[in-house]
Design a protein around this ligand. Structure first.
Ligand code: GLA
Length: 398
């Protein structure tokens, strides 16, 4: 006998209505974990170290985060990307690589916490990670409980080997698993923008990747479709309406200090990630960075633009081919402005107060955020010579 034949009509109707109610509240369920009210800041192993991760490396990075002044500048999360995991045991528990992490993840998390920092891990919504390690598909709740028990504060969740899974549902499942595990864990969606995560990410994660992987170059593109940061930048414009406190577009981790660009180009990369209110996840070797790289990554005036509590992502206001003007609204009524020169020679670029969003303003104060200098009051507009492949970044206060 079918279910329908065994129960009375009113009971059957009640059953269908309740099922519908449960399903619709599930879909509407919010992330509401109260985390990442400003874009998360930290360090991740992937861009520089790939699979060469170990507890020694992670301890070193935590130490360097503190001794370099990066922690003071606001960086918080130390995140191990792919390759920390090797297998599952008979009960399905995820097993870290014991050769590389002999003291175990709990001890490592404790160490990171003892430095006043937070600890992050990586997994994947499919059966395998991108480096063919075990993914979390089918083990979401078990893995989330394990992360919580270890003291994980941040989970980056990738999208390899997903087959035909529904992206939103797959990420919502891990969101629910993290919630059930009962520890506040920042949830980083990494499905490379394939299923327009900006349209659904707000209810699911704290940040979502918008593109395929970044590469340490100005505008290159390689066989794996990894791209230089200016190509990634071009894709961010227009996504600003989807970002806000607790939910951010993620144009991928920083390449600053990885050696393949000039300091002028790295300064521009950092300026833009801050104007975009992007997560600031350093991807270089913090132990050996030069003073110039440290000065870029730890520039508090530029970081303050990223971390502004209004939580607005900046956008492009003028595009003259190789010369662009971008602006970002800030909590105190001022705006951050970037003059950007993509060309091969230096160029004077100017921008008016009107085009950066101040329609009634005649005079405004200008502060240079890289030279740390008040430049004075300017009437109607501002202009500056911008180096090739560089920016001038200022704060404009009417
Ligand atoms: C994907 C992600 C990267 C990194 C690697 C690890 O490519 O987009 O950020 O996590 O996987 O395998």
């Amino acid at each position: 006998m079918h279910l329908r034949e065994r129960i009375s009509v009113p009971v059957f109707v009640l059953f269908v209505v309740s099922l519908f109610f449960v399903m619709s509240t599930r879909q509407l369920a919010a992330l509401d974990n109260g985390l990442a009210l400003t874009p998360p800041m930290g360090w991740n192993s992937w861009n520089k170290f790939r699979c060469d991760v170990s507890e020694d490396l992670i301890r070193d990075m935590a130490d360097a985060m503190v001794s370099s002044g990066m922690k003071d500048a606001g960086y918080q999360y130390i995140i191990i990307d792919d390759c920390w995991q090797v297998d599952r045991d008979e009960q399905g528990n995820i097993i870290p690589d014991a050769g590389r992490f002999p003291s175990g993840m709990k001890a490592l998390a404790d160490y990171v916490h003892s430095k006043g920092l937070k600890f992050g891990l990586y997994s994947d919504a499919g059966r395998f990670t991108c480096q063919r390690r075990p993914g979390s598909r089918g083990y979401e709740f078990q893995d989330a409980r394990q992360y919580a028990a270890w003291g994980v504060d941040y989970l980056k969740y990738d999208w390899c080997a997903h087959r035909k899974q529904n992206a939103e549902a797959s990420y919502a499942l891990m969101r629910d698993a993290l919630k059930a595990a009962g520890r506040p864990i920042v949830f980083s969606i990494c499905e490379w923008g394939q299923n327009k995560p900006w349209l659904w990410g707000k209810n699911v994660g704290n940040l979502w990747r918008t593109t395929l992987d970044i590469k340490d170059c100005w505008d290159c593109i390689d066989k794996k479709n990894r791209r230089g940061w200016t190509r990634i930048l071009d894709f961010q414009n227009g996504l600003e309406k989807y970002a806000g406190p607790g939910h951010w577009n993620d144009p991928d981790m920083l390449e600053i200090g990885n050696g393949n660009m000039t300091n002028t180009e790295y300064r521009a990369h950092f300026s833009f990630w801050c104007l975009l209110a992007a997560p600031l996840i350093a991807g270089n070797d913090l132990r050996t960075m030069s003073p110039e790289i440290k000065e870029i990554l730890a520039n508090k005036e530029v970081i303050a633009i990223d971390q502004d509590s209004l939580g607005v992502q900046g956008h492009k206001v003028r595009d003259d081919g190789d010369f662009e003007v971008w602006s970002k609204e800030l909590r105190d009524g001022s705006r951050a402005m970037i003059l950007f020169n993509r060309s091969k020679s230096d160029k004077e670029i100017s921008a008016s107060w009107k085009e950066i969003g101040f329609s009634d303003v005649t005079t405004a104060k200008v502060r240079d955020l890289w030279r740390h200098k008040d430049l004075g009051k300017f009437k109607d507009s501002f202009s500056a010579t911008v180096p090739s492949h560089g920016v001038v970044m200022v704060k404009v206060t009417p």
